[in-house]
Design a protein around this ligand. Structure first.
Ligand code: CDP
Ligand code: MG
Length: 140
C-alpha cells in the first residue's frame, strides 16, 4: 500500500498534457493523495537526480528538468509503485508498450513526460523530497 511519487515533467506541462495524464492515473485506479506545481532550480534538480550524477545524460537531464514548471503527485493504492511504472512505460518512449504514457506522449529518451519512483525505498525518499506529511492525504 506504499505511496509513490509521480512527476509530470516540463515537456508534459509545456504541452498541456497534465489533464490527459491525470485522466489515465484516475482510470488506472491510482489515488491522488497530494499534488503541487513548482519550478525546480538547478540545485534541487541535481539533488533529486543525484543517483545519476556522472552519467552522460545527467547535465542535460538537469537542464531539462529546470526548463519549466513540473507537477508532482503522491499516488497511492494497491501496488501503486509498480502500477505507476507500468502506466508510464519504458524510459525510452520508442521501447514503451502501447497505451503507456511515454509511448503516447514521449518524444525522446530524455523528454519522456513523466517520472515515477522505482522502489519502495526510493518512493519514500522521493515523496519526502517534495511533500511534508501534512500535505499528503492519509491512507485511512
Ligand atoms: O525515469 P526512469 O526511472 O525510467 O529512467 P532513469 O534511468 O532513472 O533515468 C532518469 C531520467 O533520465 C529518464 O526518465 C530520462 O528523462 C533521463 N534519461 C536520459 O535522458 N537518457 C538516458 N539514456 C537515460 C535516462
Ligand atoms: Mg529512475
Amino acid at each position: 500500500m506504499a505511496n509513490t511519487l509521480g512527476i509530470i515533467k516540463p515537456d508534459g506541462m509545456r504541452r498541456k498534457l497534465a489533464g490527459r495524464i491525470i485522466d489515465k492515473v484516475e482510470r488506472a485506479g491510482l489515488i491522488i493523495r497530494g499534488t503541487k506545481v513548482l519550478w525546480l532550480d538547478r540545485e534541487r534538480a541535481e539533488k533529486f537526480y543525484a543517483v545519476h550524477q556522472g552519467k552522460p545524460f545527467y547535465k542535460s537531464l538537469v537542464e531539462f528538468m529546470t526548463s519549466g514548471p513540473i507537477m508532482v503527485l503522491v499516488l497511492g493504492g494497491h501496488g501503486a509503485i509498480e502500477r505507476w511504472r507500468e502506466l508510464m512505460g519504458h524510459t525510452d518512449p520508442a521501447k514503451a508498450k502501447y497505451n503507456t504514457i511515454r509511448r503516447e506522449f514521449g518524444t525522446s529518451i530524455e523528454k519522456n513526460v513523466v517520472h515515477g519512483s522505482d522502489s519502495e525505498t526510493t518512493a519514500k525518499v522521493e515523496v519526502a523530497f517534495f511533500f511534508r506529511e501534512d500535505e499528503i492525504l492519509p491512507k485511512e
